[in-house]
Ligand binder design. Structure first.
Ligand SMILES: Cc1ncc(COP(=O)(O)O)c(C=O)c1O
Length: 391
């Protein structure tokens, strides 16, 4: 196995087991971003006014072929959060309308929709999806059971954040079509972690951050909008909304100029795709999946940890969420500041890994990218053993 760690500029003293929260970019991607920024500084008029649209188009071409859609279905946005806000602004909601999420959805996404529905007297419905997850049918059926005649949109993760579970988005979209309910997929973890074929999935919207598993620079996301919504989608930021070249007017114009910005982070996306093409998508996916499954087995042996979903490639990609021993408590008042165990692991053992509350219990989420090694998981297990009596 190649030494991938040197491809990243990670702090050599740190075991970085939290790519799932913030994914550092390999050196080549950082360099590409630097070069694009240098071109901006060398002549802002040329890069921003005369070249930007064409280079963004080339970026979207590469993304579209990776994601199984057309260039004209995608727009750049800073991150999945911005993409989700665009969708929330777009939906025309009446009093009593319902937006359907489930209990595994990301906290910020729940907030976006809570705010949106409260503006118009609509309602947020949260389908309660119990863990451990046992089957794809359980997920689809739980969501389906919460649909009512007032459901205007289903919002669902492709890969959930806290529970690190791959959701059967194709089946969810098929089911939703039978009920004529549109679907917005929250997909920041899935890009690179899984093959993603957007037109095939058949969703209405898909929002993602390329700075997670695809390792693009921070602040490089996209929003996919199905053609049936393209004339209606609204940007999160209203700006000029026009093109600086003579090309025909398009729905994408609203998104290509969010006010003055450095587009280098978007322009470096193709370099991130090149990086994976050279490394091999399958090598990345199988190496990381094998590692997190092995990590889950190690934690089961050492701490009796239970996974929140089946330990196989259908449900798991490059991260896994595991319960921690009951002796590791989660303070009742805990609101999201790092858990004391997370702090000790970071500060005393130089291990970055999230510890958080799920179903009233402490859980840990192990990530693996190409730069991670098995020894880091062993070091983590030893560090937890050492810390448990001290907590
Ligand atoms: C499932 C999910 N949705 C949305 C987001 C938000 O992503 P970003 O912060 O890149 O907008 C995250 C971030 O971790 C996430 O895990």
């Amino acid at each position: 196995m190649e030494d991938w760690r040197s491809a990243w500029a990670l702090d050599p003293d740190v075991s970085y087991l939290n790519h799932g929260s913030f994914g550092p970019a390999p050196r080549v991607v950082q360099e590409a971003q630097r070069q694009w920024s240098a071109r901006l500084q060398a002549n802002p008029m040329k890069l921003l006014v005369r070249d930007r649209e064409q280079i963004l188009d080339q970026t979207l071409d590469r993304l579209a072929s990776l994601l199984g859609c057309k260039n004209g279905d995608l727009v750049p946005v800073d991150n999945a959060t911005v993409g989700m806000n665009c969708v929330a602004r777009t939906l025309d909601l009446q009093p009593e309308d319902e937006i359907l999420l489930n209990s595994h959805e990301y906290g910020a996404v729940q907030r976006i929709w809570q705010q949106r529905v409260s503006e118009c007297g609509a309602r947020l419905t949260i389908a309660n999806l119990l863990t451990p997850i046992e089957s794809a049918e359980q997920i689809v059926n739980t969501i389906e059971a919460a649909i009512t005649p007032r459901t205007r949109l289903i919002v669902v993760s492709h890969v959930t954040s806290a529970t690190a579970t791959v959701f059967p988005v194709d089946a969810i979209c098929r089911m939703a079509r039978q009920h004529r309910v549109p679907v917005c997929i929250d997909g920041p973890h899935a890009v690179a972690m899984r093959p993603v074929a957007l037109r095939e999935i058949g969703c209405d919207f898909y929002t993602a951050s390329c700075h997670k598993w695809l390792c693009a620079p921070f602040g490089a996301g996209f929003l996919y909008v199905h053609p049936r919504w393209q004339s209606r989608i609204r940007p999160a930021i209203v700006s000029w909304g026009g093109s600086t070249s003579d090309r025909p007017k398009s729905w994408q114009d609203e998104f290509f100029w969010p006010g003055t910005f450095d587009p280098a982070r978007f322009f470096a996306i193709p370099t991130a795709i090149d990086f994976f093409e050279q490394a091999g998508w399958e090598l990345f996916r199988s190496y990381t999946n094998d590692m997190v499954i092995r990590g889950a087995e190690l934690f089961r042996e050492r701490f009796g940890s239970e996974p929140v979903c089946p330990l196989n490639r259908t449900f798991l990609g490059t991260m896994v969420t595991l319960s921690l021993p009951d002796s590791i408590t989660v303070p009742e008042t805990w609101l999201g500041t790092p858990h004391p165990l997370q702090m000790r692991l970071a500060e005393k053992h130089s291990i970055e890994v999230p510890v958080f509350k799920w179903n009233q219990r402490a859980h840990i989420r192990l990530s693996c990218h190409l730069y991670n090694r098995w020894e880091e998981y062993l070091k983590l297990a030893d560090a937890i053993d050492e810390e448990i009596p001290l907590l």
